[in-house]
Design a protein around this ligand. Sequence first.
Ligand code: GLC
Ligand code: CA
Length: 577
Amino acid sequence: MRRLSLVVLLALCSVAPVLAQGARPTVPDSAGDPWWKHAVIYEIYPRSFQDTNRDGVGDLKGIASRLAYLHQLGVDAIWITPMYPSPQVDFGYDISDYEAIDPIYGTMGDFDDLMKVAKQQGIRVIMDLVLNHTSDQHPWFLQSRSSRTNPKRDWYIWHDPAPGGGPPNNWQSWFGHSAWTLDPTTGQYYYHYFYVQQPDLNWRNPEVKKAMYDVLRFWLDKGVSGFRMDAVSRLFEDPNLHDDPYLPGSNAFGDRNIQHKYTDDLPEIHDVFREIRKLVDSYPGHPVLISEADEPNIQGLARMYGHDDEIQLPMDFQIADANELSATKFRKLFQDVENNPAHGWPEFFFSNHDQPRQWDRYGDGTHNQQIAGLMAILELTARGTPQMYYGEEIGMRTTEPTRKEDVRDPEGITGWPKEKGRDGERTPMQWTAEAPNAGFSPAEVKTWLPVPESARTVNVATESAQPESLYNLYRRLLALRHTEPALIHGDYRPLNEDDPNVFSYMRQARVGDRTRKVVVALNMSNAIRTIRLQGSKAVGPGATGKILASNFEAAGSTQSLGEVKLPAFGGVVIGIQ
Ligand code: GLC
Ligand code: CA
């Protein structure tokens, strides 16, 4: 009963465009849903968010100092990419100690302080969990490589050379070379799906599992709300070392000419997922598991949920990898995840630290600003849990290095000039227009990656002051998501399904004896389009509409439902009365 009246109350004030600062309510939770179903997750790349100790690299104190900003933006949880001790070959994805903080980022005391501030701001913290491999500098690997009889030998994947010499088989690393490296000390090869400095752990060894499960407990005991599990489909490899099949055509860079049949998605991963799920479920507060596994299709994605006993939020790479702004394509992708055979809750994103930012990926070079707003509307009104990437709320651009000597990401160092690596999407957050360093670093220091030129106009301070900025559209959408029942727990129905240009859908929720309906219409074409909503089975003849958010029209205005006219790349969220 209490819950119900809270929902009704919130429904009544649901059209307030932006909530007053600090007034974000606890999300109404009519179905007793766990928090992560109604959360917006924000990924932070710690090197690039906020520097406080003037060394040009972001740090934990910096993140803590910006949590009030994230609260105000409307974020519920942050996922911080690895900030554990690391030689930084793969910028933290090569971990040498899973239960400590890299001094570049601060101390364990700073982490504990961050957790306190996060709690005050109502923001949960999700850790990045790299289970597949460690750094080659991790004491486990140093021991493992020291001799064939070391007790840790079997913690990693070691094999003799092929009978005629050379690597044991044709397995390839994601970064474009053999996945085997010969270690002269013992004359055997070790396996690494990623860089040479990232040896794969042997997940068939129970001691490895136990050690990693202890890592999970360590962070859960500190109060974290879950884990983003890095590269988890790669935990197991074929013990019989079958060669992976080659794909037709070859590619000069990377492993894209080989199918990872024997090194990816082996059925054993699901046993591990179930064990980990049991472990996190034994903690209070519904900790969440988010998997990074770029499954080739919806069936693959659906398998990650198990029978609701594995991953709660498998990241949807079908959506993230759609590089084309196409109403037909997005309608299909959102329909696929909506109807996923496991009935799992969708999790989607467009940008992260491994792929070009959505500003560039969907932008056509002329309407990028408009398109960035369109994508924001899609991301924050679809059914599921959206995952943002730092800086997308201001429209940060992918800013790739132009000279080989400036490249920091080893993927770019190896692949230059064809593959410029991932530096472009990892540049420092742009807080202000001013020097030094757009507010990212308080000092006139050389930042680890340069602050892009665009910071002069694309930054939080400037955009906060512009009512029609992308930043303010994000704030409005995030506020709506937390107050409008149709967006919080409404179902999803595609509309006008034959329209090749406009992707539109309705979200609908029962609140007491009323039905809340919200229609979203997204023109993904470079021409004015008109759609009809009235008269369809979704929108009755007497209904009227009110704009709740849009990238072309002020919120609050009335919207005719007979004809909804959308400018090129125009998107609108309409409350139906
Ligand atoms: C994941 C990370 C990526 C990293 C790789 C190896 O894909 O997102 O940044 O390079 O794993 O750990
Ligand atoms: Ca620093």
